[in-house]
Design a protein around this ligand. Structure first.
Ligand SMILES: [Zn+2]
Length: 95
């Protein structure tokens, strides 16, 4: 009569932190997902938030870029937030 106790393996749940950051102003019309992601500084983040505010006040639908603006985070987390330069420049350039 064997009475072996199953050994319980403790599976550590790791937070999924993919190596990839995300582009917070991604615009698939200017760059592909595989484009190199750049680091975002506090200053650049502030510029993006500023551009969001300006875009939101634009009368034209095209200039507002609601989908992109809606995806811009309120708070900057350098561990997960980055930008593609192409996306940044396109977004930051307002009329
Ligand atoms: Zn992008």
């Amino acid at each position: 009569m064997s009475d072996e106790r199953p050994i319980q393996l403790k599976v550590q749940k790791k937070l999924v932190i993919s190596s990839g950051k995300v582009c917070i102003v991604h615009d698939s019309s200017v760059c592909g997902e595989s484009a190199k992601l750049g680091n975002l500084s506090d200053h650049s983040f502030a510029q993006i938030r500023n551009a969001v505010a300006i875009r939101q006040s634009q009368p034209s639908e095209g200039a507002r870029k609601t989908d992109i603006c809606g995806a811009v985070p309120d708070q900057f987390n350098p561990d997960v937030h980055g930008v593609h330069w192409e996306c940044y420049q396109k977004f930051h350039k307002y009329c």
